[in-house]
Design a protein around this ligand. Structure first.
Ligand code: FAD
Ligand code: NAD
Length: 463
């Protein structure tokens, strides 16, 4: 038996590393087990951060090539240096993962390098050494969901991990799944010159988003050159000499079809990761969808074992995992940790961005809630016009009787930043009128939020 800790966190993604830091801040002796060579999990190494680096770089390239002339800025011979773009992405990731290592040192969190396995209550094996802890936190994240009939090799048939590493621009990229990963990473390669075909099982894109927003979003992406095959089921993909052939058929029935591409991206969702963790042996219960089952305080059915992040229920988002990490550390310290699941923003970092919080119009209809809608287009916002970024709108849904904001959906420039104002408002239980009466700087994109809030009461000023 070797060293003993108050808390051992398994997995150093945004859920695990934040939980470890917060527990250490609260005076606990903490270790975090991570098998990857660097800290930060999926998010920092192969997810949020590298994808946003490539989204930014590809947007700069596309704007330099196509967006500047309108501003009276002529740039001749714009060319792509993909090797430099990828190297920059690596630098961005490197700075972030080193940052977490620094934070561990600063907070005296011990990094146990290797794969962790729970061998009994309060005992974690790492590389043959068993460490003990009063509390064990499972924060082992998620992996790409496989599709039967498709063998991923991460060079021709890839997941998000492989598509972030391509060193040439594909001529034709087929994306399976019109979710967040498919649309963000499809956009990256489209901007760099690839023909991109997105094949989606459902008859709409981004299924969890407000339908009206999704329809407008699809129209904009189509204008950008993405091709959509909706209501289409992919049945297989096989590698051939110069790429891969994808077989698909209409969901409603009809003839099967083959489509060739040089790269195929499989992006049909993610599933919890718990390989080799010893959960079955210890008796940790899973829910009906194979996720670690927890109560409202992140406790599993086994005393002293907790779970947070992608491995449990809820949206698979880094900020949700982080907030659960903080809440759990505070609960373990005897405080009142809590996450408000009805106010978790979700952002698609395309151009324009799509941001969403609270309920969609469809969810309100389904729940029989009487609501009012306020909408305001960016075409009527002075700052958006000055920026040349007028695609999209702000949509606010408020309770018909109380005017309390129940949901907000933004398609437009910097929507991911704009949604934070509505998150704050919703956390404080604000009405649409509360937001409408706040003084917003002019000219700012946030004025579109204020106008949508005014529109809830039918009194927008600038439309
Ligand atoms: P993870 O980040 O998956 O971390 C789990 C860690 O545990 C991993 O490092 C793994 O190596 C380690 N581990 C697993 N098992 C063991 C073991 N037995 N022993 C030791 N270590 C182990 N979310 C957003 O909010 N915004 C975004 O913009 C965004 N973009 C994304 C882009 C892509 C391409 C992908 C794939 C995901 C994206 N996500 C985004 C989702 C986000 O990455 C996840 O929700 C988040 O990383 C989940 O955090 P986590 O801590 O639960 O798990
Ligand atoms: P997703 O759940 O967002 O989308 C998957 C899509 O694939 C769905 O539209 C689904 O209908 C479709 N699909 C499923 N099976 C199919 C089939 N056989 N053929 C065709 N289409 C099929 O999943 P994702 O895009 O892989 O993302 C995984 C997770 O990562 C998400 O939960 C997301 O929250 C997270 N993520 C977040 C961000 C962000 O916050 N910006 C970015 C990337 C990933």
């Amino acid at each position: 038996m070797s060293e003993s800790f108050d808390v051992i966190v398994i997995g150093a993604g945004p859920g695990g590393y934040v939980c470890a830091i917060r527990a250490a801040q609260l005076g606990m002796k903490v270790a975090c087990v991570e098998q990857r060579a660097t800290l930060g999990g999926t998010c920092l190494n192969i997810g949020c951060i590298p994808s946003k680096a490539l989204l930014q770089s590809s947007e700069e390239f596309h704007h330099a090539a196509h967006g500047l002339a309108d501003h009276g800025v002529n740039v001749a011979n714009v060319s792509l240096d993909l090797a430099r773009m990828q190297a920059r992405k690596g630098e961005v990731v490197g700075a972030n993962v080193k940052g977490v290592e620094f934070l561990f040192k600063k907070n005296k969190v011990t990094w146990l390098k290797g794969a962790g396995r729970i061998v009994a209550t309060g005992q974690v094996d790492v590389n043959g050494t068993v460490y003990t802890a009063r509390h064990i936190v499972i924060a082992t994240g998620s992996d790409s969901t496989p599709l039967p009939g498709i063998a991923v090799d991460e060079t021709t048939i890839v997941t998000s991990t492989g598509v972030l590493e391509l060193n040439t621009v594909p001529k034709h990229l087929i994306v399976i799944g019109a979710g967040v990963i498919g649309l963000e990473l499809g956009s990256v390669w489209r901007r760099l010159g690839a023909e991109v075909t997105v094949v989606e099982f459902l008859d709409r894109i981004v299924p969890s988003m407000d339908e009206e927003v999704a329809k407008h979003f699809q129209r904009i992406l189509t204008k950008q050159g993405l091709k959509f095959r909706l209501g289409t089921k992919v049945t297989g993909a096989t590698k051939c000499a110069d790429g891969a052939t994808v077989t698909m058929e209409p969901v409603k029935g009809g003839a099967a079809e083959e489509l060739k591409a040089d790269i195929v991206l499989l992006a049909i969702g993610r599933r919890p990761h718990m390989d080799g963790l010893g959960l079955a042996e210890v008796g940790v219960a899973l829910d009906e969808r194979g996720r670690v089952k927890t109560d409202a305080h992140y406790a599993t059915n086994i005393a002293g074992i907790y779970a947070i992040g992608d491995v449990i229920a809820g949206p698979m988002l880094a900020h949700k995992a982080e907030d659960e990490g903080v809440a759990l550390a505070e609960l373990l310290a005897g405080q009142a940790g809590h996450v408000n699941y009805s106010v978790i923003p979700s952002v698609v970092y395309t151009d324009p961005e799509v941001a969403s919080i609270g309920q969609t119009e469809e969810e309100l209809k389904h729940a029989g809630v009487a609501y009012s809608v306020g909408k305001f287009p960016f075409t009527a916002n002075g700052r958006a016009r000055a920026m040349g970024a007028t695609d999209g709108f702000v949509k606010i849904l408020a309770d018909k009787t109380t005017d309390r904001i129940l949901g907000a959906h933004i398609l437009g420039p910097d929507a991911g930043t704009l949604i934070a104002e509505l998150a704050t408002a919703m956390e404080f239980g604000a009405s649409a009128e509360d937001v409408a009466r706040i003084c917003h700087a002019h000219p700012s994109l946030n004025e579109a939020v204020k106008e949508a809030a005014l529109a809830v009461a039918g009194r927008a000023l600038h439309i």
